[in-house]
Ligand binder design. Structure first.
Ligand code: CMP
Length: 140
């Protein structure tokens, strides 16, 4: 299996409830190494551009407002099969459908305040990582 990198965001509902350590522990205990991490408060422009792929969706404006409602932790995770592994650990987008033990089942408040974002492909991971991190920020 290949060593991959994926991009992750611990969302404002997670920082508000001081859950970043608990969520990171789930990632680390399952073989994902945090090779870059920064706590930031996204601007409207950053959030809009990051989620531009969803611009036509009815939830886009609310999603952007939520993502700028508090600090987030942007992070790069590395490990075997990291993209799929991270998605498995996150669970389904809607916490009502998330499997037992996943981050969203444990912690998400709603489909919007769902605690964590993760890249859905290696290609998107590369783009999302480059949006927030320089190569020299990533230390494996
Ligand atoms: P995320 O993985 O960050 O990608 C887009 C986000 O939109 C998603 O997680 C959800 O938090 C949010 N969202 C809000 N409403 C919906 C919805 N109805 N369907 C899918 N995603 C939604």
């Amino acid at each position: 299996m290949a060593i991959e990198r994926t991009f992750s965001i611990l969302k404002p509902d997670a920082t508000r409830r001081n859950l970043t350590g608990k969520i990171n522990a789930i990632f680390e205990e399952n073989g994902l190494k945090i090779i870059g991490q920064r706590r930031i408060w996204m601007s409207q422009a950053q959030a809009k551009a990051f989620y531009a792929v969803h611009a036509a969706r009815p939830f886009y404006n609310d999603l952007v407002e939520f993502m700028v409602s508090g600090p987030v932790v942007v992070q790069v995770l590395e490990g075997e099969n990291a993209v799929a592994k991270h998605r498995d650990l996150m669970g389904a987008t809607n916490p009502a459908n998330a499997a037992e033990g996943t981050v969203r089942k444990l912690y998400a408040e709603s489909i919007e305040a769902n605690s964590v974002h993760g890249s859905d492909s290696a290609e998107n991971a590369a783009n999302e990582i480059a949006y927030f991190f320089a190569g020299c920020d990533l230390v494996g």
